[in-house]
Every structure is written in structure tokens, then in C-alpha cells.
Write a protein of this length. Structure first.
Lengths: 339, 262
């Protein structure tokens, strides 16, 4: 028997809220500042995933509040929002506060600040970024608790109801979530093969923190270890970088190949939900294999680069056009030099 | 000298403008007085929302101040920097023996003694400070309801930010005038002016006494301008020695000092 609205309300955990970190903030890379700001309210991230929000989901996300009204008056800007959502991933996070007596949805709604850049105030969550895109404005949060499950289902999928019921309380390091995107502008790239390491770290981080996969501390730890390796390689002298990269990737293979395959958290439901679960399971397992391939420089070649790129993208680990080119170049050039 | 629980617990409804000012002033004050806060602007904004929604007794606001270490650092600032600063300003004006009337947790009285002002005695409504261990205060203190509290040959009465906390300050002043032979009263107040209105003073009172700390002293709308205090105090003697202390450690607004010669 389905629970009544009353029992659902009474089981709601007022200390929990949902925030979607939108593509403009995902690329801004202001996670540390956001984490510090949230920490003032003893707010921690307890679940996360990565999703590239599709146009119909953008409309569903905003259907409850301003979208319809905006669409009737300013269809151009509505289209721009949909377009911007497609440019990079969105990172939805479930938050919990340790402060007593706080309705976190209500608090976040007030604390996030105005979506218009000129009306933002010092101390707002949105003001952690020096500027923001007017269309996306860094963060989305449900306007009230009644919209929490709706927005959560759009962003996390059917697992969201289970997350809410389970009340997860194990915090996820903000720095880890920042590594899910790990964006680096081309001009700041320290060497041409860094993107290979970042792709490995991104994939392992997603598999380690994704709320839709059974948690794996081992995988999360491997992401941290590979990030340390990446930093160490970045400090190498240019003439030695290439050989150091190949050696480091071979060493990484020992770590990655020993990891258990990801296990999807199943959600009972209709045929569509179960089919979506199967698809996700397949995608995450492919991601795990692609990461392992990235630690095999002896196999590097053009087709492998294409396969890895497709796998990253199908897991919503967005690569922009420059990143796609750089990843492919790195794999091909490292492969051409093999003995 | 009486107060009522009703007056103590009276809840204030404040405008958004006053909370705007609180948010700005707290951010500035934490920076000015080096009360280390990881994210002053974000913390002040969050605190403002918690106070605005839940009132000054919001458990979330108290917990925020405790967790962030703000409570500990701020109280230390009050106990050391503010008390020491005030003692330095007040010492030249005080003729011992001094009776510190409604001395709170006696941080200023102790700082005066450390500066060499002696003897100093204090009276308070002891029940209003349930967390204070009076045996550790280090100077004679008695309850203001005990007989003979004001008759120990003091030459100066000190009332340091006392009067605006009194539901009926005139009654307190009348009691002092009747029961003490002290010829000098030194009064410290935080006065209403163009920048700091009565609602802001009231909100700060409640924030300090109901949120940052849980003291039971009354927080009542008895704030006045310097002119109004001078007018009231003039009924008890010649008011002179007026001074303003523009920056007081731990506080967003200035203090004003009045000396009443009886």
C-alpha cells in the first residue's frame, strides 16, 4: 500500500536538502569556497551523482516554479537555459545539516540568494563565484520541501526516494566531488598527457561517490591515490614527463585492475525503471573497463581513444571539444611512441 | 529593584532592515576584532537567516556559534579585551571604594582591580547568571536583593551598560539615590544615535544574552539617546565628564560615559 501524504510528510527529514550544482558552477571550480560556506551551517554532502540534464528534464525541473511563466514571456532566455544545461554536467548533491531545529530546504532557499548577478549579496551561496551565468546561476534548489522529491527524482532518478528514506549521514569530501569534473583550461595544462590522469581520476571518483552505485571506499581511495600520482607527474621536468607518465600509468594499472566492478543500487519499479537500471549498470561497468584501459599505454591507439571518449561521455563525464581533442591526442601520441 | 520573568522572556519582532544591519555589523566586527571565522560573510548571512526565522533563541543559531568557535572567541574578547579596555577608560573616573552595580559576570570589576582600583565590590541578581561560578569571581559579590547591599561606604557607584537592561531604569536610579551615599555615579551606556537605532540595540542585547550566551537579564526597549540619558541622570546630580568611546572591543557600536556628581 502506498504511504499516505501525511505519513510521507512525517517521515521527511527536515535536516536534508537538495542542491544541484549547475554546469556554470561545475566549470567555475569553486567547490572549495562552496564547501567552506556550507560548513558554516554544519552542512555536509551525503550523496552525489553526475548527470547531463536533458532538455525535457530541464523543463521538468523548472515546471513547478518559474519556467512556465518565463517561457510565456521570454522564450529566448528559456532556450538559452536549456542550451547551457547541455554544455556540461550537473552535479546534484544531497545535503544534511548538523544544526538542530533547521529546515534545510527552507534555509537553502533563503541562503542561496538571487539568481540575478546584480542582485546577489555578499554571503549568499551563489556569491562564492565571482560571476555567474544569468541563465543557470550556479545552483538550483527546490523552492520548498514539496518540490524536494520531484526535483530529486529528476536529478538522481528513482534512487532518490530510497536516499531520502535511508537518511545517509556519511559525508563526502567536497574535494572529491570537485574531481568528478576536474576541468582544466587548455592554457593551464602542465603537460599534454595530464588529461589521461584526470580522466582516470574523474572516472574513479564517480564510481567511488555515485549515489546510484553501491559505495566503494576502495575505489574512492584509488581516485585519491591516482590524483597524488597525477600531481607528482606534473612536477616532473619536461624531458622526463613522457617516460614518467608511461611508468606511472603502468603502476596505476596494478591499483585499478584490482578494484571490484561497480554494483548498481537497484530500485524496484516498473519495466522502464528496471531497464534504466540495466543501462546504468552497463554504463558504469564500461566506465570501469575504460579506466583500466587508460592504465594500459601498451594498448594506446586511435580506436581506444574513441572508445574511452564515448564511455566517459555516456557516463555524463563531459569533455568539451578541446578536451576530446586533447584526450585523443594524448592517447595516440603516447601509443605511437611505444616500443 | 525587580524584574519579571515575563519581561526577561519577551520576544522581539524585528524588521528585515535591522537584520540587514546585524549581518553587516557582525561581518565587520569579526574582521575588526579578529574573531576568526572561516567565511565571515557567509556565516553572518546564515546566522541572520537562522535568527530571523527562529528568533534569538534558535537552537541552530546557538549551535552554529558554538561549532564555529565564535562563541568561545567572542566571550574571550569580552572577558579580556573589552573588560581591560573599559577598565582603562573608567579607572581615572572612579573614587574607591567602588560598588559595581549589576556587574554581570564581573569581568569589568576584575579588570579594574587588576589595574589597581581598590576596593571594588559588586552586586548582581545572581540568579540571572546560572552558568557563573560566583566563588571564582575573585571579589566580594552579593545579591542585590540582600539587605544592606548598597551601604558599605562606597564613594563611587559604577553602572556599566546596566540601565538599558532595566525594565524600569527610573526605579533603579531612585533606589540607588535612596540607599547609597556615594557622591559619584559613573554610568556607561550604548546610546541610540542616527546609525544605531533602538531596535538594533535591542537585537544585539537579545543576541548576546539569549543566543551567544544564555543569561536571564532583561532585554527591554529602554535604549535612549545620549541626550535623553543626560536628561534623566540630571535629576540625580550634575552630569559631566561625557565621553564617547567610538570603538569597543567585541561590540558593533560605541559606548558613552556619563559622570553624575551628587
Amino acid at each position: 500500500m502506498a504511504p499516505s501524504a501525511r505519513s510521507l510528510r512525517s517521515s521527511e527529514d527536515r535536516a536534508t536538502a537538495l542542491v544541484a550544482v549547475l554546469p556554470d558552477m561545475v566549470q567555475h571550480g569553486v567547490w572549495e569556497a562552496l564547501g567552506t560556506r556550507l560548513a558554516a551551517g554544519a552542512v555536509e554532502i551525503v550523496a552525489a551523482t553526475v548527470t547531463r540534464v536533458r532538455p525535457d528534464d530541464v523543463i521538468r525541473l523548472y515546471a513547478g516554479n518559474h519556467h512556465d511563466r518565463v517561457a510565456s514571456r521570454r522564450p529566448e532566455s528559456t532556450n538559452l537555459s536549456i542550451e547551457l544545461f547541455s554544455l556540461d554536467a550537473t552535479v546534484p548533491v544531497l545535503l544534511r545539516t548538523g544544526l538542530p531545529g533547521v529546515d534545510l530546504v527552507d534555509l537553502i532557499t533563503k541562503w542561496k540568494g538571487d539568481s540575478a548577478h546584480g542582485r546577489r549579496r555578499l554571503g549568499d551561496l551563489r556569491s562564492v563565484a565571482p560571476a555567474a551565468d544569468r541563465c543557470l546561476s550556479l545552483l538550483h534548489a527546490p523552492d520548498d520541501r514539496s518540490a524536494l522529491r520531484h526535483d530529486g527524482r529528476v536529478l538522481f532518478g528513482p534512487i532518490f526516494d530510497r536516499l531520502i528514506e535511508e537518511r545517509p549521514d556519511r559525508p563526502i569530501d567536497v574535494a572529491a566531488i570537485a574531481r568528478v569534473r576536474h576541468y582544466c583550461p587548455p592554457a593551464q595544462e602542465v603537460h599534454p598527457w595530464d588529461i589521461v590522469f584526470r580522466s582516470i581520476v574523474r572516472g574513479l571518483t564517480l564510481l567511488g561517490v555515485d549515489a546510484r552505485v553501491e559505495p566503494s571506499a576502495e575505489t574512492a581511495a584509488a581516485a585519491v591515490e591516482l590524483e597524488s600520482t597525477r600531481r607528482a607527474v606534473a612536477s616532473e621536468r619536461p624531458e622526463k614527463t613522457r617516460s614518467t607518465v608511461i611508468a606511472a600509468l603502468r603502476d596505476a594499472n596494478a591499483v585499478v585492475s584490482g578494484l571490484d566492478p561497480p554494483v548498481i543500487r537497484r530500485v524496484a519499479g516498473d519495466a522502464l525503471i528496471e531497464a534504466q537500471g540495466e543501462t546504468l549498470d552497463h554504463r558504469r561497468r564500461e566506465l570501469r573497463r575504460a579506466i583500466e584501459l587508460l592504465t594500459r599505454p601498451d594498448l594506446f591507439c586511435g580506436p581506444l581513444a574513441d572508445h574511452v571518449e564515448e564511455t566517459l561521455l555516456s557516463n555524463h563525464l563531459v569533455l568539451d571539444a578541446w578536451e576530446q581533442h586533447r584526450l585523443k591526442s594524448a592517447i595516440v601520441f603516447l601509443g605511437e611512441g611505444r616500443s | 529593584v525587580t524584574t519579571t520573568v515575563e519581561a526577561v522572556c519577551r520576544r522581539t519582532v524585528m524588521s528585515a532592515t535591522v537584520f540587514d544591519q546585524l549581518e553587516r555589523e557582525l561581518t565587520d566586527l569579526w574582521r575588526r576584532d579578529r574573531i576568526t571565522v572561516d567565511d565571515p560573510a557567509g556565516t553572518a548571512r546564515l546566522l541572520r537567516h537562522l535568527l530571523e526565522d527562529g528568533g534569538v533563541e534558535a537552537a541552530g543559531a546557538r549551535e552554529l556559534l558554538r561549532r564555529a568557535g565564535i562563541r568561545r572567541r567572542w566571550n574571550r574578547l569580552f572577558a579580556v579585551a573589552r573588560a581591560g579596555f573599559l577598565a582603562e577608560q573608567l579607572a581615572p573616573l572612579l573614587l574607591p571604594p567602588v560598588l559595581d552595580v549589576l556587574a554581570g559576570d564581573c569581568t569589568v570589576s576584575r579588570a579594574l582591580v587588576e589595574l589597581g582600583v581598590h576596593p571594588v565590590r559588586a552586586v548582581e541578581r545572581l540568579w540571572q547568571y546560572p552558568d557563573v561560578n560566583w566563588s571564582e569571581v575573585g571579589l566580594p559579590i552579593s545579591d542585590i536583593s540582600s539587605p544592606g547591599w548598597s551601604d558599605d561606604g562606597e564613594r563611587t557607584l559604577l553602572l556599566c551598560t546596566v540601565l538599558h537592561h532595566e525594565p524600569d531604569p527610573v526605579t533603579l536610579l531612585n533606589d540607588l539615590a535612596e540607599s547609597s551615599l556615594a557622591r559619584r555615579w559613573v554610568i556607561v551606556e550604548n546610546c541610540v544615535d542616527a546609525r544605531y537605532g533602538p531596535d538594533f540595540h535591542r537585537l544585539i542585547d537579545e543576541f548576546f544574552n539569549r543566543c551567544l550566551n544564555q543569561f536571564l537579564c532583561a532585554c527591554v526597549p529602554e535604549h535612549r539617546t545620549a541626550t535623553e540619558w543626560a536628561g534623566l541622570l540630571g535629576k540625580y546630580g550634575a552630569v559631566g565628564g561625557y565621553r564617547e568611546l567610538p570603538i569597543v572591543p567585541g561590540l558593533p557600536f560605541p559606548y558613552q560615559i556619563f559622570v553624575v556628581q551628587r
